[in-house]
Design a protein around this ligand. Structure first.
Ligand SMILES: O=P(O)(O)OC[C@H]1O[C@@](CO)(OP(=O)(O)O)[C@@H](O)[C@@H]1O
Length: 613
C-alpha cells in the first residue's frame, strides 16, 4: 500500500507502507466469546507496540442495522432462507469491509482485524479480492474446537453477547444452539490443501484449536505475521491478577537524581520490611507468588524480606538516562536545555543521548510481557518508567499518556485483566516517600518538579479512589509530624479504583467511518446464497507446523538497545534473560525452560524494524 508523505520539497511522494488485514474465521459456536477476547487482546498488544490496529466486528454492524429495522436477533434471522436476514447480514459485512478499507487508505491503519464468521471460501474470496485491490496483505485466523466440553462452555459464555442482553440465559443458549445449526453443512475450515476445484490453497493462516491449546500455522511471512503468531501462542485469557510495585524509596529518589544504582533510604527499607505482611494479607496466592525484580540494587533490596522465589530480569532495569544518568531534572535542564525541551515535547519517543526512549523500553519489555502473559502469580518490583510501560499495556493507555502515568512509591498495584476491561486496586503502605512524578509542563523545558519530602497521598490516584479502609486520623499520614522508624507497623490503605474499559478504543464504531466512506470504491457485495461445500482433507505439509501451547513460544530477538555512555552496555537480546537470585527451591519459570522448535525465524524477526510500520 502506498501513502503520500511530505518531505518539504513541495512535491508529493508516495511511500510504501505495509498493511495487514487479519480475517477472523470461526464456526458460529466459537465465534463470540473466546474469539472476540483473542481479537481484543492482540489488538491491545499491537497498539502497545505502536502498530495502529482496529477491530471491525461485523456483529456490531449487523446489530446497528437490525436496531434501525427493528429486526429480531433470534435464530430465525440466521436461517439461510430468511431473505431479509441475508440482506442485512450482507450489508453489515460490506459496511465493515468499507470501513476497514477506509482505515487502511485514509487513516494510515497498519493492522485491521475483520471479525466475522467468514464461514465459506466464497465469502473469504470476496474479502481477499478487495484486499488485493488495495495491496493489503491478508492473514486468516481460525478458531476451532475439538473438545466438546470446551465448545459447550464457550457457547454458554456466548449467551452473554449483546444479542442476548435481555434474554434469560437458558433461553439464550437454546436459541444459540439453533443458530449454530443454520451454519451446518456450509462451514468450510481452513486447509493447506489444494482444493478439489483446482483453486489455490488458502493464504497465510493460524488455526487455534480449543482456545489456543494447540496452534497450527501455515505460510507465515514477515515481521508482523510472526509477531501475531508469537503473541497468540503465549496468550491465555483465564482470569488472573498481576501485582506491581516500585522499589522502596531510594537514596537517589531522595536527592531527586535520575537513574543510578543506589540503595534504599531508611523509609525505603521500611517499605521493604512491610511488604511480606502486605503480600500475605492481601494477595490470595501469596505462597505461590514469584517475585520478579530488575537487576538493580533498589529492587532486589525491596524484595529481600519476601520468602518467595525470585527472578531478576535485566530487561526490567529502569530506563537508561544515558548522559543524564545521576543528574537531577534541574541539572539536565541546565546542561542539556534543548534535549530537556525535546523530551517534554514528545516524551514517549525522546531518546536520551546514549540512553533509551520509552519506545525503546516498550520494545525491550516485550519478552517480559509475553512471559507474564503465561503466568498466574507474579509480583513485579520495578521502576517508575518500567511500570508505566507495563501498566499502559494492561490498561491500554496511549503512547502520549504512558510516560506520565502516576506510579507512586510504596504502593502495590493489582491489575486483573479481562476481555474488555482491566480492574485495578491499590494497596498503599502509609510510609512517606518523595514524589518523583514530573507532570507534563505547560511550557516545554521548564522544570516544575515536585521533588521534596512530600507524601504521595496528596496526588491522589490516577482514577478516583473509593477507600475501603481509611486510616485513623492520628496516623502516620503527615510527614512533618511523623517520622516513621523501621520498627513501626505502617497502615495499609486499600483503594478500589474504577475499572478501565478499553474495548471502545480498539473496536471501530459501527458508524465511525460511515460518513467518510463515500469516496472509497465499494467492493462487490457478498453473495447471499452459500456455495456447495468443498470437501477438504487435511494433510501435513512441510509449511505447516503444529505447536502445543504447553511449551513456551520462542521469543523473537528484540531490537538492540542503544548502548550508552552510562551504566548499561548489555544488548537487549541478552537482557531479557532472567537471573535466579533466590536461594529457595529451583525455579520453574517458563523463561528458563527449553525452547520449542523455532517456528519464528529470529533472523526474519530481527531484520525488520517496528518503526517502519
Ligand atoms: O521518565 P521520567 O518521568 O523521568 O521517570 C523515569 C525516572 O524515574 C526514576 C525516579 O526519578 O525511577 P526510579 O524510581 O526507578 O529511580 C528515575 O531513575 C528515572 O529516570
Amino acid at each position: 500500500m502506498r501513502f503520500p508523505v511530505e518531505c518539504g520539497c513541495g512535491r508529493e511522494h508516495l511511500q510504501r507502507r505495509r498493511a495487514l488485514s487479519i480475517l477472523f474465521i470461526s464456526h458460529p459456536s466459537v465465534q463470540q466469546a473466546w474469539a472476540q477476547e483473542a481479537c481484543l487482546e492482540f489488538g491491545r498488544y499491537l497498539q502497545w507496540l505502536g502498530i495502529a490496529t482496529k477491530v471491525f466486528n461485523v456483529g456490531n454492524y449487523r446489530r446497528k442495522l437490525q436496531a434501525v429495522s427493528a429486526g429480531s436477533t433470534t435464530h430465525e434471522f440466521f436461517d439461510p432462507s430468511n431473505q431479509e436476514g441475508a440482506r442485512i447480514r450482507s450489508e453489515a459485512s460490506l459496511e465493515a469491509l468499507n470501513d476497514m478499507l477506509y482505515w487502511f487508505t485514509k487513516e494510515q491503519g497498519i493492522v485491521a482485524v475483520y471479525d466475522a464468521t467468514n464461514a465459506t471460501r466464497a465469502k473469504r474470496q470476496i474479502l481477499l479480492d478487495s484486499c488485493a485491490r488495495h495491496d493489503i496483505q491478508v492473514m486468516f485466523i481460525e478458531s476451532v474446537y475439538e473438545n466438546e466440553a470446551l465448545r459447550l462452555q464457550n457457547m454458554i459464555e456466548t449467551t452473554g453477547s449483546p444479542d442476548y442482553e435481555t434474554v434469560e440465559a437458558k433461553v439464550a443458549l437454546q436459541d444459540f444452539q439453533e443458530r449454530v445449526k443454520h451454519y451446518e453443512g456450509t462451514y468450510e475450515t481452513l486447509s493447506t490443501m489444494v482444493h478439489e476445484d483446482g483453486q489455490k490453497k488458502e493464504q497465510s493462516f493460524i488455526k487455534l484449536v480449543d482456545a489456543g491449546s494447540d496452534v497450527i500455522i501455515s505460510q507465515i511471512h514477515g515481521y508482523l505475521q510472526s509477531r501475531i503468531v508469537y503473541y497468540l501462542m503465549n496468550l491465555h485469557v483465564a482470569p488472573r491478577t498481576f501485582y506491581f510495585s516500585r522499589h522502596g524509596e531510594s537514596l537517589f529518589n531522595v536527592m531527586g537524581k535520575l537513574g543510578g544504582d543506589s540503595d534504599l533510604s531508611a523509609r525505603g527499607r521500611q517499605y521493604a520490611r512491610s511488604l511480606p505482611r502486605l503480600v500475605s494479607t492481601f494477595i490470595p496466592s501469596a505462597n505461590k507468588l514469584t517475585v520478579w525484580t530488575s537487576t538493580m540494587r533498589r529492587t532486589i533490596s525491596t524484595a529481600q524480606f519476601l520468602p518467595n522465589n525470585k527472578l531478576a530480569w535485566k530487561a526490567l532495569d529502569e530506563i537508561d538516562a544515558g548522559v543524564c544518568d545521576g543528574l537531577t531534572y534541574e541539572e539536565v535542564e541546565e546542561r542539556f536545555p534543548e534535549d530537556f525541551a525535546n523530551r517534554d515535547d514528545d516524551k514517549f519517543n525522546y531518546r536520551y543521548i546514549g540512553g533509551e526512549s520509552y519506545r525503546d523500553v516498550v520494545q525491550r519489555l516485550e519478552p517480559v510481557l509475553m512471559d507474564l502473559e503465561r503466568q498466574t502469580d507474579v509480583l513485579i518490583i520495578g521502576h517508575q518508567a518500567i511500570l508505566r510501560c507495563i501498566y499502559a499495556y494492561f490498561m491500554n493507555y496511549s503512547h502520549e499518556r504512558l510516560p506520565y502515568i502516576k506510579i507512586p512509591l510504596h504502593t502495590v498495584i493489582a491489575l486483573t485483566p479481562g476481555a474488555y476491561t482491566c480492574e485495578e486496586r491499590r494497596f498503599k503502605v502509609d510510609i512517606a516517600a518523595v514524589d518523583t512524578h514530573r507532570p507534563k509542563p505547560k511550557v516545554s523545558g521548564t522544570v516544575g518538579v515536585s521533588h521534596g519530602d512530600k507524601n504521595h497521598n496528596e496526588d491522589g490516584p490516577l482514577i478516583e479512589a473509593t477507600p475501603l479502609q481509611v486510616p485513623a486520623p492520628d496516623t502516620a499520614h503527615n510527614t512533618v509530624k511523623h517520622r516513621p522508624t523501621e520498627l513501626d507497623e505502617p497502615k495499609i490503605i486499600v483503594s478500589a479504583l474504577s475499572t478501565t474499559t478499553f474495548r471502545d478504543s480498539i473496536y471501530s464504531h459501527a458508524d465511525a467511518f460511515a460518513a467518510k466512506t463515500k469516496d472509497t470504491p465499494a467492493p462487490a457485495p457478498a453473495p447471499i446464497a452459500a456455495p456447495a461445500p468443498v470437501v477438504v482433507v487435511p494433510v501435513s505439509v512441510p509449511v505447516m507446523a503444529s505447536v502445543s501451547k504447553s511449551a513456551p513460544a520462542p521469543a523473537p530477538a528484540p531490537a538492540p538497545i542503544m548502548v550508552n555512555g552510562g551504566h548499561t552496555t548489555v544488548p537487549a537480546a541478552t537482557s531479557s534473560v532472567p537471573v535466579t537470585t533466590s536461594t529457595a527451591a529451583p525455579l520453574t519459570s517458563t523463561s528458563t525452560s527449553a525452547p520449542t522448535p523455532a517456528v519464528i525465524p529470529a533472523a526474519v524477526v530481527a531484520s525488520e524494524s517496528i518503526l517502519i510500520y
